[in-house]
Design a protein around this ligand. Structure first.
Ligand code: GLN
Length: 202
């Protein structure tokens, strides 16, 4: 087992560099993924935040959609934040009709769920297996419902808001997803959890 796993960061659009930094801090070597050849010798993959409809279109243009679906199906550990969560969900509500995803996560995700008025906010939440985390949400999705295989790792705290209790972090085996952006806060424990998953899969 390698001490420094090679973790791909899908680098078509979105906050790629922030994930590079967080992965390095968590003990992994980030590798940018833009074309098929970049998928070789990856131990894991991160799908960054950004705009899921744009990333979806670029995945088709760069002919990465089907190969990535296959890798996720074959058990490649993958972590998606925000737009990345949308790409991993088996079902997306309020998406664009032509929007494509990788799937792998037995959840229904609602895109831009927190609404336009308060589309970005921050809160502290309890993250299973990690501890208290400061979560930054930017036009984020939430998990509307989870299927049997998906484990809930975090919810919006019961703060009286419309989003109280909503599921915002889930794991299904080798697939991890958060509605929020741990890569933006300088706290690398969520990436640490993912790097741990990657090492366990090796
Ligand atoms: N609203 C974006 C989408 O639909 C996600 C926002 C984000 O990744 N910060 O893809």
């Amino acid at each position: 087992m390698s001490d420094t796993p090679r973790v791909g960061v899908l680098a078509l659009q979105g906050d790629v560099r922030e994930h590079d930094r967080a992965l390095r801090a968590a003990g992994a070597e980030p590798v940018h993924v833009r074309r098929l050849a970049d998928l070789e010798r990856l131990d894991g993959l991160v799908l960054p935040g950004g705009e899921s409809t744009t990333i979806s279109r670029l995945l088709e243009v760069f002919e990465l959609l089907e190969p990535l679906r296959e890798r996720v199906r074959d058990g490649l550990p993958v972590y998606g934040s925000c737009a990345g969560m949308i790409l991993l969900a088996d079902e997306v509500l309020d998406g664009r009709p032509d929007q494509q995803g990788l799937g792998g996560l037995d959840v229904v995700v609602r895109r831009n769920a927190f609404g336009r008025q308060v589309d970005s906010f921050e809160t502290d939440l309890a993250f299973e297996g990690v501890g208290d985390v400061h979560a930054v949400f930017i036009r984020a999705p939430w998990v509307e419902s989870t299927g049997e295989g998906a484990q809930v790792l975090a919810r919006v705290p019961e703060d009286g808001s419309a989003a109280a209790g909503r599921v915002v972090a889930v794991r299904q085996g080798h697939v991890l997803a958060t509605s929020f952006h741990p890569e933006l806060t300088g706290d690398d424990r969520v990436h640490g959890l993912f790097v741990q998953m990657v090492k366990e899969a090796q």
